[in-house]
Design a protein. Structure first.
Length: 265
């Protein structure tokens, strides 16, 4: 299966993989403004059942098949070129899966709040905390406001507007039945079959990982343990961020990413 994609620019390739229940448009909004005059081909993917990519058959709706579809699409578009990966949340998990399976192809990784543990009950998540809150006049998308409040640490009119623009459209384009199928059996199909080996791997590629101290979805302590084992790893633990780190602290993420771009040989 080949995924829907958005291909932009020319140069050394960067593959962008979004999180679950959004689509590539969020990654475009977060990262494309930072790519002006950068010599890179940007390949933005829609995962199965999200954006414009149809769902996998129910018996193939698992992370191993999702990873295979990503590999097929990357090969179809980029051939055998080596590439860099930017992954958010579930996309970060899949990015590490690619680096594990194709270390000769994946040159470096930029990960934002990546999943490391597929089964939710096995994660060490942080308690929810709101760092900043100012009154928000919810005149549109009121049915999504509770979702915003659950995962956003900096709750202001500006971050609510960002959530409406960057996240809600992708949620609406998600096949929720397919997403529930991915999470069936308490996450056993969301979990990559080689997850244990992946988490124990000392990757040779440079990895930049950003984590939110108040991430109620993934947590941050597993990120600390994983990155302590990475010889070429750089870790940013942001105090005033949760799982919506690109919205809570977009400026900080942008600064880390712009520095990351300077490390390309």
């Amino acid at each position: 299966m080949q995924l829907h994609y958005d291909l932009r620019g020319q140069g050394s390739p960067i593959v962008f993989i979004h999180g679950a229940a959004i689509d590539h448009d969020a990654m475009v909004q977060w990262f494309e403004p930072l790519m002006a005059d950068q010599p890179h081909t940007r390949l933005y993917l829609d995962l199965p059942g999200m954006g414009q990519t149809p769902a996998l058959p129910p018996d193939q709706t698992d992370s191993n098949h999702v990873l295979a579809a990503i590999q097929e699409t990357i090969h179809a578009v980029l051939g055998t070129q080596p590439y860099t990966i930017v992954g958010y949340s579930y996309g970060g998990y899949l990015a590490l899966g690619l680096a594990f399976q194709q270390p000769e192809r994946v040159q470096r990784l930029f990960l934002v709040c990546p999943t490391l543990t597929g089964v939710k009950s096995e994660r060490h998540v942080a308690p929810h905390r709101v760092i900043t809150t100012t009154p928000i006049d919810v005149t549109t998308n009121a049915d999504y406001f509770a979702n915003y409040q659950k995962v956003t640490v900096v709750q202001t009119p500006a971050t609510w507007q960002a959530f409406q623009t960057q996240v809600i459209p992708g949620i609406r384009r998600t096949d929720l039945a397919a997403l529930h199928q991915l999470h069936r059996d308490h996450g056993q199909h969301y979990r990559l079959t080689f997850e244990t080996d992946l988490k124990a791997t000392r990757f040779t590629q440079p990895i930049t990982l950003l984590s939110g101290r108040h991430d109620v979805t993934i947590g941050y302590t597993d990120h600390l343990a994983f990155m302590a084992n990475q010889p070429n790893g750089s870790l940013g633990l942001l105090a005033d961020a949760g799982h919506n780190l690109p919205i809570d602290q977009y400026g900080m993420m942008a600064a880390y990413f712009q520095h990351f771009l300077t490390t390309f040989a």
